[in-house]
Design a protein around this ligand. Structure first.
Ligand code: SAH
Length: 213
């Protein structure tokens, strides 16, 4: 598992590209700069790793487009030590970005194969989420709630109530909502019962699926 000067050069270009698309948070750009995305993909996709595109990983899932990862992460405004819940671990790339920003990360994945693969892989390249969970993201992870932020990285047909209830006051849930195309949606818990909603542009994610029986 190598990270060469060539890879770093390609990452510099990728960072410029997403900067030009509107990402300005330096901490987020630095995280993208520092994480060897090519290692999160099968070797046959090596040449694609530093294009600003989503790509297939195992179990019919995708590693999100770097711009999308940066966009969601920028909206979260993570501070070091924040307790963050991610739904949809997938390749672990977004998980690594959150770790690089100093978050204490809990991440849920419902595909056993991906859960196992990513659990072994992340520590190998120096990223240590607090806990990876094999389970159904619709339920969140009550044991460690409440969270400073929750990020969903699959397209949700609706906003799961359990996720809202696991937010601290003033914490944010960022979730792409919709069927084929999703609206990036940020929900802020302004008080115990009151939530504010802001919608951003359109994105396309693999679906947030109901738990397998
Ligand atoms: N954050 C990932 C994106 C992976 S794609 C990355 O950076 O690579 C979305 C992931 O959500 C897939 O791995 C899919 O298996 C997972 N997923 C779908 N429905 C889910 C659910 N209900 N609970 C947890 N994970 C889910």
């Amino acid at each position: 598992m190598k990270d060469t000067l060539r890879h770093k050069g390609l990452r510099n270009k990728l960072v410029l590209e997403i900067k030009n698309k509107g990402i300005s948070d330096l901490k987020v750009l630095n995280a993208i700069q520092s994480i060897p995305r090519h290692l999160f993909m099968d070797s046959s996709f090596l040449d694609h790793a530093y294009q600003d595109k989503a790509f297939p990983i195992s179990a019919g899932q995708t590693i999100s487009q770097p711009y999308t990862v940066a966009f969601q992460t920028e909206l979260l405004k993570i501070s070091k030590g924040d307790k963050v819940l991610e739904v949809g671990t997938g390749s672990g790339y977004q998980t690594a970005v959150l770790c690089a920003l100093g978050a204490i990360v809990y991440s849920i994945e419902r595909q056993k194969e991906l859960f196992k693969k990513t659990s072994l892989f992340l520590p190998k390249i120096g990223y240590y989420p607090k806990k990876l969970i094999f389970g159904d993201g619709y339920k969140g992870f009550e044991n460690e709630a409440p969270y400073d932020s929750i990020i969903v990285t699959a397209g949700a047909p609706f906003i799961p109530k359990m996720l809202l209830s696991q937010l601290k006051i003033n914490a944010k849930l960022i979730i792409p909502v919709g069927d084929k195309i999703q609206k990036m949606t940020v929900i802020t818990r302004v008080s115990k019962e009151k939530f504010d909603k802001v919608e951003y542009g359109e994105f396309q994610f693999v679906p947030l699926l109901k738990e397998k029986n």
